[in-house]
Design a binder for this molecule. Structure first.
Ligand SMILES: Cc1ncc(COP(=O)(O)O)c(C=O)c1O
Ligand SMILES: Nc1c(O)cccc1C(=O)C[C@H](N)C(=O)O
Length: 425
């Protein structure tokens, strides 16, 4: 689709958008342009419906809610796992909805990190999300290993991207595990997971992924690529609500690997209520659960995932790429000379679901954008993240957002704000 930067073109794109009907299923604020779905996705009518239905099932069914009703709670983690599996190209038994991202990462490092001989190092990278680094280092310390010696961080050449050649160069014979993001949270760089998994396995290294910034925006083929494990949250592109349930993927080749952290909901479901002190884990991804599922916090995900089932990741990715491509065109044409730099990779195959717009006044510009009813996201030191979402952002939103940003710069509206970021930017 050839793109031009006129509003008429944006109207035309919206008229041709096969996903435009889903916008009406979300709670949007009139005149607001929400571009922070890479941090927290918006509430949909379907998510609200399944939340309220689950809440009602508590009132109506009481303890029987575990075994009866439309979504029996005892099997909810597996049911949601099966619904997320197609989004990452996994078998349904390889995914379980459980925990939170960081807790799940702890579980999987505790399960798959077994330092032996000289193979003791865990690889991550300088641009990783801090919580992942904290989890990795604390796990090393639990093994009595000094992160200074056994944690290896791949350096960024320019502070935006991690070069895949540099990741591969770090895959030495003293490395046993590599933790990588699918999409880097600041720059939006999408890594070639298939290639990096192949290179890691050729060197006897396991690969674990943090897919928070790709699941629901970028299709994957984890099973086919042989990815060993992955974690992701559901409150970003999957629109499940703040703090909602996260997910664990474990390749079936690892089924039977004893969980590093054991809890009763990791039990074989047929044996769980034997109440034996001998732990008999599930033979599927469910083994890596700990506690009873957080039913009410997982409930919105039931409704939200039904949209992904209807649409499919191919159409979602196609529109996401089209929206970010359009946003980049508009930025190039409308914001020339105002000090902006597009920091995300511009090629489709290297770009996740958000634009990483760099400016030395990013903090103040984010505040001015919010005042103009455009909701961005700030990442230090100089990044304005703008995430047009396939399910609820229109091309007219993108056009209008760039127009409002241009107006801020022309009128200097950002200059009235301090440079300090708020607690939540
Ligand atoms: C890439 C990435 N990893 C991990 C986390 C931490 O997730 P949680 O707070 O659910 O553990 C986040 C949160 O936004 C994230 O963006
Ligand atoms: N990503 C967040 C999260 O997982 C929990 C709480 C807050 C955030 C946020 O990133 C908030 C906001 N976008 C900020 O940059 O501060």
């Amino acid at each position: 689709m050839m793109m031009k930067s006129t509003q008429e073109e944006a109207v035309r794109f919206d008229q041709q958008d096969i996903l435009s009907k889903y916008r009406n299923e979300f709670y949007l604020i009139p005149n607001q342009i929400y571009l922070d779905g890479n941090s927290l996705g918006l509430c949909s009518i379907r998510a609200e419906k399944t939340f309220l239905e689950t809440f009602e099932s508590w009132k109506r069914d009481q303890i029987d809610g575990w075994s009866s009703g439309e979504y029996p709670w005892f099997y909810l983690a597996e049911m949601l796992g099966a619904k997320m599996a197609p989004l990452v190209g996994a078998k349904k038994e390889e995914v379980i909805a459980t925990g939170t991202t960081t807790v799940n990462l702890h579980q999987l490092i505790a399960t798959f990190y077994h330092p032996e001989g000289k193979r003791t190092k865990i690889i991550a990278n300088d641009l990783d999300f801090p919580s992942d680094i904290y989890a990795i280092k604390s796990q090393l310390q639990l093994h009595g290993l000094d992160p200074e010696e056994h944690f290896l961080s791949v350096k960024s050449r320019q502070g935006r991207y991690i070069d895949e050649e540099d990741i591969i160069a770090c895959m030495q014979d003293d490395v046993t595990l590599m933790i990588l993001p699918t999409v880097l949270y600041r720059s939006g760089q999408l890594l070639d997971i298939e290639r990096l998994t192949r290179e890691a396995h050729q060197r006897g290294i396991l690969i674990g992924l943090d897919a928070c910034h790709s699941v629901g925006a970028v299709p994957h083929h984890f099973h086919q690529w042989g990815v060993d494990f992955a974690v992701w949250c559901s409150y970003k592109y999957l629109n499940s609500g703040p703090g909602s349930v996260a997910a664990i993927y474990v390749h079936e080749k690892h089924f039977g690997t004893v969980p590093g952290l054991a809890g009763w909901f990791g039990s074989d479901k047929e044996r769980q209520f034997d109440m034996s002190h001998v732990f008999e884990p599930s033979r599927q991804a469910g083994a890596y659960q700990l506690s009873a599922p957080s039913i009410l916090n997982a409930a919105p995900l039931i409704g939200s995932l039904s949209m992904f089932e209807e649409i499919g990741m191919g159409s979602i990715r196609e529109k996401s790429l089209s929206l970010t491509r359009y946003m980049m065109l508009l930025i190039e044409e409308e914001l020339q000379g105002w000090g902006f730099v597009i920091g995300n990779p511009t090629e489709d195959h290297r770009r996740g679901g958000h634009i990483s717009l760099e400016h030395e006044e990013a903090t103040r510009i984010c505040k001015a954008l919010k005042e103009a009813n455009v909701i961005p996201d700030f990442r230090a030191p100089n990044v304005i993240r703008l995430a047009p979402i396939a399910l609820y952002t229109s091309y007219q939103d993108v056009w209008e957002a760039v127009q409002r940003l241009k107006s801020i710069m022309v009128e200097g509206k950002h200059k009235v704000y301090s440079h300090e970021r708020g607690v939540i930017a």
